[in-house]
Design a protein around this ligand. Structure first.
Ligand code: SAM
Length: 247
């Protein structure tokens, strides 16, 4: 059984599990002191541990050994995605985590179907972070993928423009394809900006070009808003050798 903790939960050779994991260990798995678990904390190591103290809400484990464990991609991809309805955004987060994304930033834009009240932001952000955590555990990432605050489109553009390779996914793009841009890309920090169900407005597309992002097509088919970023992410992973197993 593998668990994630933040590094501040390690003190000496003792690790304190996150409260939700502690409850899972004690109430669901009904584990006992002495039983072994694996703990990752995103520092490129995996700790084999023996449960030390198993309480209802607090569980500590003693580190027995550690090994290098870093299955993170060498390309650091941030997906900036227009908020979409229902479980579409959940699906986008889960599949991007499995395919190697490092960070996800939700944004609101002109054609977003989802209209959030301010009071909903907090709840949405917690939900998205939980989905990213569960997906990180399931696919055995060595660090937890993070989901940023929901920001306006302009803020997402500003952040995306800081990357080495800023990609703006645009289904009406006729000149530049993703594969061409990826072949020429330098650096390891990628930004993928992808639209909501309703796509991007002409104004937003012009803003993206002014911000220096590369407007790219990912082929002649119109992909759903939850599919497009995953397809682009996989192309980046492939191009940068992050789908290889070093054979
Ligand atoms: N405007 C589209 C339509 O009328 O059906 C809907 C947009 S699509 C569902 C959502 C987003 O996926 C787009 O904003 C774009 O970022 C991305 N996308 C979908 N297909 C694409 C393609 N072939 N090339 C580049 N981006 C694509």
């Amino acid at each position: 059984m593998r668990f994630f903790v933040t590094e501040d939960r390690i003190s000496g050779d003792l690790i304190a599990l996150e409260p939700t994991d502690a409850q899972h260990v004690s109430r669901v798995l009904r584990m006992h002191p002495g039983e072994e678990i694996t703990v990752c904390c995103g520092n490129g190591k995996a700790y084999s541990c023996a449960l030390e103290q198993v309480g209802k809400t607090e569980v500590t484990a003693r580190i027995l050994s550690e090994e290098d464990y870093n299955n993170e991609p060498t390309a650091f991809v941030t997906v900036y995605a227009g908020l979409s309805k229902g479980d579409r955004f959940d699906y986008l987060i889960q599949k991007c985590v499995e395919c190697g994304v490092s960070h996800i930033v939700p944004f609101t834009s002109q054609h977003c179907v989802v209209r959030l009240e301010n009071r909903d932001y907090e709840k949405k952000q917690q939900r998205y972070a939980r989905i990213a955590l569960e997906a990180s555990k399931q696919c055995q990432r060595s660090r937890v993928v993070t989901v940023g605050e929901i920001v306006p489109f302009e803020t997402a553009l500003k952040q995306a423009a800081q990357s080495d390779c800023g990609l703006f996914l645009y289904e009406k793009e006729q000149q530049k394809s993703l594969s061409t841009v990826l072949r020429e890309a330098q650096g390891s920090a990628y930004a993928v900006v992808t639209g909501p169900e309703g796509g991007f407005s002409e104004k937003e597309t012009a803003q993206a070009q002014e911000a220096g992002l590369a407007c790219v097509s990912i082929g002649p088919r119109i992909l759903r808003c939850e599919t497009a970023p995953v397809a682009a992410l996989c192309a980046i992973m492939y191009q940068t050798g992050n789908f290889d197993i070093g054979e």
